[in-house]
Design a protein. Sequence first.
Length: 217
Amino acid sequence: MSFSIKQKVYQEVIKELQRYIERNNLNPGDKLPSERELSERLNAGRSSVREALRALELIGLVETRHGEGTYLREYRSFQTVELLSSFILRQDNMKDDLTFTKKIVEKEAAKLAFARISVSDIQELKAILDVNSSNPLTKHRAFFKYLFEKTENLLLMKIWSLMDEFSHAVCVYHFEESFYNTLLKHYSERDYESIDPLFSGPSEGEQLRGIFSLDCF
């Protein structure tokens, strides 16, 4: 029960902050009220206000300047905050949920890009793998960034970019070389049906054996 109450207060603080920003026409660089002021204005505990500000800072919407206060950074749709706020609260499940969801989005991007991948695209993706061979995380990000661009779905790419940025604060993963090469083989052979099983485990709920690495903090 206490968790549900905390979650409700926390989410309401984020919504009130959204309304405050819109009502006062704040722009990047503008200062937000102090924790004490926000607590009084929103009739919420300072701990809830602190958690809300921390959540916004984690995904890059605000920044804390020591000795100065909290300032608004580049304004983006607060739907993204609402999407991730539950993850931030549910510490026990956040890492698994975020990793699982990010993999689903990447799988859909790989499938959507299939019809638009040309021979030259495959060569470009191979070059990305070669250039970034010594840095698995950079390789994974560059490889999938290229695929998301090929989907021509800007919303999907923004969702993935947000999850990718946020996930690096809690959990990072990448596939082994064999995964990327196998996916490129499917593209080359025009084998669409094999893409889905490549992302799925040997059985439901299992991770990919031998081609998936996960590091959580």
